[in-house]
Design a protein around this ligand. Structure first.
Ligand SMILES: CC(C)(COP(=O)(O)OP(=O)(O)OC[C@H]1O[C@@H](n2cnc3c(N)ncnc32)[C@H](O)[C@@H]1OP(=O)(O)O)[C@@H](O)C(=O)NCCC(=O)NCCS
Length: 211
């Protein structure tokens, strides 16, 4: 993924615009605080408030930051941590994890949260659209979601996600609903296919490394 931030015009009230950027260490506290607020509202599972899970979340965020740097991506466990910024202020955050092996073209949205005062401004869907627009676009984007997260479900539905029967363990967390957006094969797969032909272009090592 390009380090240049992608600009997304706000879709909600007002004229605020925001950019999607790679998260920095300071954004770890933004995500953990927003998750704790979400626990109070039951949009995130109460187990996340346990110190062990909070430490896990901090660890996952740190891996996600490593994953934002191509040279360090090997150590990241496939995680990426992205934020929506309004100027210097972080207004939304998304932690995702790329699958491995046969799942390597699928990406799971583990956490997506927008600051309460900035909701309905397009930041949440802008972060998801950023994933859809990656050069190594995944074939499927999955999102784990609690039944209480009505706004999240409406937003995912508007983006074309369909609810799946939860027949697979895709996340460390207990989130009863799983939504999926299927996308057509990306340019990465096209490049890989042409590289297999004699004289074709060399494909990137993996989708996560090309993103
Ligand atoms: C879910 C969440 C990330 C959405 O982010 P957002 O920036 O507010 O979403 P967007 O502005 O991109 O919304 C796009 C569309 O989704 C729908 N939508 C979003 N939130 C909604 C809500 N609370 N109620 C109804 N529809 C909603 C609307 O159709 C909206 O378009 P509109 O504003 O033009 O009507 C945000 O509400 C949030 O952080 N919620 C708390 C945390 C959470 O539930 N996370 C998911 C846990 S599983």
């Amino acid at each position: 993924m390009s380090r240049r931030p992608a600009a997304h015009k706000s879709a909600g009230e007002g004229t605020a615009a925001f950019t999607v950027q790679n998260a920095r260490l300071a954004d770890v506290s933004f995500l953990t605080q927003q998750v704790l607020l979400g626990v109070k509202l039951a949009v995130f599972g109460s187990q996340l408030a346990h110190p062990f899970h909070l430490l896990q979340l901090v660890r996952q965020c740190c891996f996600g930051i490593l994953g934002n740097y191509p040279v360090l991506r090997w150590f990241s466990g496939g995680r990426r941590f992205l934020v929506a910024k309004d100027g210097e202020a972080t207004v939304g955050a998304m932690l995702v994890r790329w699958g491995r092996g046969a799942e390597k073209y699928r990406v799971l949205i583990e956490y997506l949260v927008v600051e309460a005062g900035r909701r309905r401004g397009g930041a949440g869907s802008g972060l998801v659209r950023h994933l859809i627009a990656l050069r190594s676009r995944p074939e499927a984007i999955l999102a784990a979601c609690s039944p209480n997260a009505k706004g999240m479900m409406t937003m995912l539905g508007r983006l074309g996600f369909k609810r799946k029967r939860r027949a697979e363990a895709t996340t460390d967390l207990v989130a009863p609903f799983l939504f999926e957006l299927r996308l057509e094969a990306s340019r990465t797969r096209d490049a890989a296919a042409s590289a297999r032909k004699p004289g074709g272009a060399k494909p990137p090592a993996s989708p996560a490394s090309a993103a």
